[in-house]
Design a protein around this ligand. Structure first.
Ligand code: GDP
Ligand code: MG
Length: 441
């Protein structure tokens, strides 16, 4: 989808004169691209009308860059498709926030529950997990293993028992112990759909969740709309997690799900690892879908991304720590924004020295290799300042092997981390450069 739309926009810039005919032809092509990606026809018509309204060719002064105005209008309208314009749910401090996940078997509920728990846990929330999937053998084991790895307390049972009872007991237990965030994982498979929905509703009535998150496999395309509708009709869906969005984003499912549920996407899952959870931003999602940075009002994207993603880093720096995980997060953020050459110089939080040698062509690969290296570290290593590798060099060999790179590459990453850390600390020290990034500083 992204490619098709991008091609249409690109060909627009080759037109010598942009008149009504060109605009209509372009809108037709974009509509066709959206429709062929299973976007609802009503949405497409609305998008078309809105763009026509924004781009009033008669009123645009001569000499103005019509091309740019059209591109911006298209971009804004695409963003609206994945943004229902409602307030995004956030847990409240000093409250016991109960989150319930729903979705079909295999959509990624259990994985997303632990990712989410770890996300909040790392941000200082007292978080627990409840496994109310008594249907699938091994469901509790899966949750237990993930939870234990992330040091999250959990509740569940091996016995074939009543999921409603387990959910109710688990939530009550953690409420009693003053947990701030309690995440309930539910079962997604039943012989009959109505049975699944009945069970879901009973759990809902008993645990009374503050937010129901619909977990949707982002790769299913056409089926997304019906699935989202079915869930929305049975339960009060409040938000969405879109999973399996690794690599290039596929927009169709996201657009349908948002339209069907009128609910915002909270996060997207970008892999099987517990850290592969990204806060959703419509602008960066659409930029990535279109594979471009220049259309999107990049400066704005950079600003919002940095605000969203820099909180952990800020906290650490103010305590004089710069972990490998902090560096991974920074790189991830850079990755989200598109080609390096386009964003160079726009990142006050990231010293140019660190990006040196990561420029464009091979830069992309290096970045990928670095991410593989981070992902091959264990938690102890990832959350360390890196000295652990100097003390125990065999760790380097292991990580090199696990990441499919080599010793030299790992060492080069570690030395970059060291340099990065020193610069970041210096900046954190006088707080000058980082001041614009965080409201807390
Ligand atoms: P559930 O049945 O809804 O609980 O789904 P699971 O959480 O068990 O996930 C089903 C499969 O999808 C597992 O193999 C997960 O590792 C995988 N999975 C979940 N989320 C993601 C994701 O964001 N990216 C990728 N690549 N795989 C995922
Ligand atoms: Mg599951």
């Amino acid at each position: 989808l992204g490619n098709k739309i991008n091609n249409v926009l690109q060909s627009l810039s080759k037109e010598p004169v942009i008149d009504k005919r060109v605009l209509d032809a372009m809108l037709k092509d974009i509509s066709a691209a959206l429709l062929s990606s299973d976007v609802n026809v009503k949405l497409v018509l609305k998008l078309r009308e809105n763009i026509k309204k924004t781009v009033d060719l008669d009123k645009l002064a001569a000499g103005i860059n019509k091309n740019k105005i059209i591109q911006n209008a298209v971009f804004d309208e695409l963003c609206k498709l994945v943004d229902p314009g409602v307030e995004v749910w956030q847990p409240k401090k000093k409250k016991q926030n109960v989150i319930m996940t729903v979705g079909l078997q295999g959509s990624g509920k259990t994985t997303s529950c632990t990712k989410l728990a770890s996300y909040f846990h790392r941000r200082g929330w007292k978080t627990a997990l409840v496994c109310a999937d008594t249907f699938r053998a091994g469901a509790f084991d899966q949750l237990k293993q993930n939870a234990a790895k992330a040091h999250i307390p959990y509740y569940g049972s091996y016995e074939e028992s009543d999921p409603v009872q387990i959910a109710t007991e688990g939530v009550a237990k953690f409420k009693e112990k003053n947990f701030e965030i309690i995440i309930v994982d539910t079962s997604g498979r039943h012989k009959q759909e109505s049975q699944l929905f009945d069970e879901m509703k009973q759990i809902y009535d008993n645990v009374n969740p503050d937010n129901v998150i619909f977990v949707l496999d982002g790769t299913i395309g056409q089926a997304a709309e019906l699935q989202a509708q079915a869930f929305k009709e049975s339960i009060d869906v409040g938000s969405i997690i879109l999973t399996k969005m690794d690599g290039h984003a596929k927009g169709g499912g996201a657009i349908s799900a948002v339209a069907a549920t009128k609910s915002p996407i909270l996060f997207i899952g970008t892999g099987e690892h517990i850290h592969d959870l990204e806060k959703f931003s419509s602008r960066s999602f659409i930029s990535k879908m279109l594979g471009m940075g220049d259309l999107s009002g990049l400066v704005e994207t950079v600003q919002t991304l940095q605000l969203e993603d820099s909180q952990d880093l800020m906290k650490n720096i103010s305590q004089g720590v710069f972990t490998l995980k902090d560096m991974r997060d920074q790189f991830e953020m850079i990755n989200k924004m598109g080609p390096l050459n386009k964003i160079a110089g726009m990142l006050p939080g990231i010293p140019p020295e660190v990006l040196q040698g990561l420029g464009e062509e091979d830069g992309k690969n290096h970045m990928k290799q670095f991410m593989c290296i981070f992902d091959s570290m264990n938690e102890q290593e990832l959350y360390s300042d890196g000295k652990i590798f100097e003390k125990e060099p065999t760790r380097i060999v292991r990580v090199a092997r696990g990441s499919g790179t080599n010793k030299l590459m790992v060492e080069s990453m570690l030395s970059k981390h060291k340099a990065f850390g020193q610069i970041v600390k210096k900046m954190g020290g006088n707080k000058g450069l980082l001041k614009g990034l965080s409201p807390d500083l």
